[in-house]
Design a protein. Structure first.
Length: 195
């Protein structure tokens, strides 16, 4: 009887040891969860007519088919605005790319990358005018409400803002106070002169 108890005890101990070692092996194989990140891209085209061109002020105003005005200002000097004349028909192709990602507290925030053209097309350079607009912003996570999908971020000037987190953002539960959130938005407006 005593031998059976010892054997039973050893079997239970062996089963328990196997359970723990399997659990440790499972934990070791699971990669660390990623911080949330999301990339969104959109592209659409609008037919328009050149309403005004200011070569000295580096701006152009286009009027679309619905009568809405689209003014682009502070256009870089290497953009050939002289190709545009008032009354000329054009097509605007607007490509937008938004990238948001989190960096753990204490890790360096990547330096701003060179602006990558997200809507460039080749073969029509003589008829195209490309305007690139880019914005980069880094904020710090103050609070995360995973249940209600809300996050409070602190701007560089110390101003807090609470925002809803869209449903397509995964791993929200991995975001922690102190994490840095980097937002990069690039918009490429390609104006093609119609025949």
């Amino acid at each position: 009887m005593k031998g059976q108890k010892v054997l039973l005890f050893l079997l239970v101990l062996l089963a328990f040891t196997l359970m723990i070692s399997c659990e440790k092996a499972e934990k070791a194989e699971q990669p660390e969860a990623q911080k949330p990140s999301i990339e969104r891209k959109t592209e659409y085209s609008i037919s328009a007519v050149v309403d005004a061109v200011d070569l000295d002020g580096r701006s152009v105003t286009l009027k679309d088919a619905e009568g809405a005005m689209h003014t682009f200002q502070n256009i870089k000097s290497d953009v050939p605005l002289d190709k545009l004349t008032v009354g000329k028909k054009v097509t605007m192709t607007i490509s937008k790319k938004e990238l948001n990602y989190a960096v753990k507290e204490g890790e360096p925030v990547p330096a701003d990358e060179e602006v990558r053209t997200v809507g460039a097309k080749t073969g029509q350079e003589d008829k195209n005018i490309t305007i690139v607009q880019a914005q980069n912003m880094t904020t710090t996570v103050k609070e995360v409400d995973v249940v209600n999908r809300m996050v409070t971020l602190v701007m560089e000037d110390g101003t807090p803002m609470t925002l809803p987190v869209q449903d397509d953002v995964e791993n929200l539960d991995q975001l922690e106070p102190g994490d840095k959130v980097v937002s990069q938005a690039i918009q490429v407006i390609m104006i093609t002169i119609d025949e």
